[in-house]
Design a protein around this ligand. Structure first.
Ligand SMILES: [Zn+2]
Length: 199
């Protein structure tokens, strides 16, 4: 499995491209990444470079991907898991504050057992799953809570960090542990809402 350390934030910021370009230039300037992106890559992926020692105490490095497209990040990070939808632990409605998938058993959800599941919750999950596709395609859908009937933007439900709807992320693919000083510098550049996730 690919390993990652990622810096992102949940709320959409309009200036994400500018923020990412500033950080890209900073990483190129410090020779932490090579200025030439990976050849033929449809992704925004760069190789590490000889200045990588500023980012880690180890003697190897991986690649860095800059994501400036609207996406649900956990499904990007888990691309090699071979499943098209990763069940979060909870999905809490911002209005009625209820965990709408309380009774959903993961084993049953993935077809490994056949306990009775809540039909409304399953339909809701289907809407979330399709909603991720729309979000990734650039439109943020409204999804109704089946308990209070209020509609919310898909990114406004609380998934803890099992899902992160964003348009700005920097993914360190297959890097060793990053230095704390480097993590802090990156977080400062991305802003106070920065979340760091790693597997
Ligand atoms: Zn609700």
């Amino acid at each position: 499995m690919e390993t990652y350390t990622v810096f992102t934030f949940k709320k959409n910021k309009k200036a994400s491209k500018e923020i990412l370009n500033t950080i890209k230039d900073w990483l190129i300037d410090k020779k932490i990444i090579n200025p030439i992106p990976e050849e033929n890559s449809k992704f925004n992926i760069y190789y590490g470079d000889l200045g990588f020692k500023e980012a880690t105490d180890y003697d190897w490095f991986g690649e860095i991907e800059f994501i400036d497209k609207q996406c649900e990040l956990q499904h990007v990070l888990g691309w090699d898991l071979g499943i098209d939808f990763m069940l979060p632990e909870k999905i809490v409605c911002p209005s009625c504050k209820t965990n709408l998938i309380e009774g959903i058993d993961p084993a049953t959800f993935y077809g490994e057992s056949n306990k009775k599941q809540d039909d409304e919750a399953l339909l809701f999950l289907e809407a979330i799953k399709n909603g991720i596709k729309s979000f990734n395609a650039g439109t943020e859908p409204l999804i109704a809570c089946f308990l209070c009937n209020k509609k919310h933007l898909i990114s406004n439900y609380d998934y803890n960090l099992d899902m992160v709807f964003t348009n700005c992320a920097i993914v360190f693919w297959n890097w060793p542990e990053l230095k704390l000083s480097f993590q802090e510098a990156l977080k400062q550049k991305l802003g106070s809402q920065t979340i760091m996730l790693k597997n």
